[in-house]
Design a protein around this ligand. Structure first.
Ligand code: FPP
Length: 259
């Protein structure tokens, strides 16, 4: 009778026993949209007595690895939390570095992304981004817009509450000007005012580094998403980690409120 109070030990973890393979995982359902809160770069660097930016640089290489792997598995959308509206509070040198990373990533890997049929997108408040960051991202968006493979969606200067508030403001304006009838405001209509209006909600959310919170990330869109939290620091995350997350997702029964 006390089973009920037993501590939840987490999802089944078969991974210590054997390595998972792409083929094996592809036999099950592949989440169409995976969103990742890439956390732990600073701690990864600290453990090695390196500056925090070294962790971010290593994290950038993992973005390449995971994009490739997600594309191979047939994931349709990969949303990566690269910079939050709260990250401006960090020391200027770190912010400047984080603003240079998309540029470095895209300068280095854009030809590869084009070849792999990846479509680059961003969501977030573009206005506060430095010109050099925005230029690099817009070039990538433009150069990959005809691609039909994985959508690589960077959340850059993104905050979910601000996104929701902006949506509400636009809805209020549209109701006032008669473009929208308040009785027509459904969940789908509301969603169409969000930055994710052309992509489906995430099926799987991954957060690395052992932190168990959402940090203002996709609050509306994650309503029915499966969450996978791992202690792995983002620079240590690899193809096998992604397979483990998807394996766990495949063991869960999604009921969307039904039984
Ligand atoms: C959180 O770790 C991570 C970030 C705020 C930045 C994430 C950015 C990358 C992984 C690179 C992005 C790459 C591209 C291509 C845009 P943290 O610094 O908070 O780590 P900590 O909690 O251990 O200090």
């Amino acid at each position: 009778m006390f089973n009920f109070f037993k501590k939840w030990k987490g999802d089944p973890q078969p991974f210590d026993i054997e390595e998972l393979s792409n083929e094996e995982i592809k036999k099950g359902e592949i989440p169409k949209h995976i969103a990742i809160i890439m956390d732990g770069n600073g701690r990864w660097a600290k453990k090695r007595a390196l500056p925090r930016i070294a962790g971010h640089h290593e994290g950038m290489k993992v973005v390449r690895k995971i994009t490739k792997q997600a594309n191979l598995l047939g994931v349709e959308v990969l949303t990566l939390y690269a910079f939050s509206t709260e990250n401006w509070k960090r020391p200027k040198t770190e912010v400047d570095y984080l603003m240079k990373l998309p540029e470095e990533f895209l300068t280095t890997y854009l030809p590869e992304l084009i070849k792999e049929n990846v479509q680059v997108r961003i969501m977030g408040d573009k206005q506060r981004l430095p010109k050099h960051t925005l230029n690099a991202v817009e070039k990538a968006i433009n150069d990959t817009k005809k691609n039909t493979g994985l959508i690589l969606n960077f959340a850059l200067n993104y905050g979910s509450r601000a996104e929701i508030l902006t949506a509400v403001q636009h809805i209020a304006t549209d109701i006032k000007t008669g473009q929208l009838n308040d009785s027509d405001l459904t969940e789908d209509v509301f969603s169409s005012y969000l930055m994710t209006n052309s992509i489906q909600d995430p099926d799987l959310l991954i957060r690395t580094s052992g932190e168990i919170r959402l940090s203002n990330f996709m609050l509306w869109q994650l309503a029915y998403t499966e969450f996978w939290f791992t202690d792995i620091l983002w620079p240590d995350f690899n193809e096998q980690s992604l397979l483990q997350a998807i394996y766990t997702y495949q063991q869960r029964g999604r009921r969307f409120g039904g039984i």
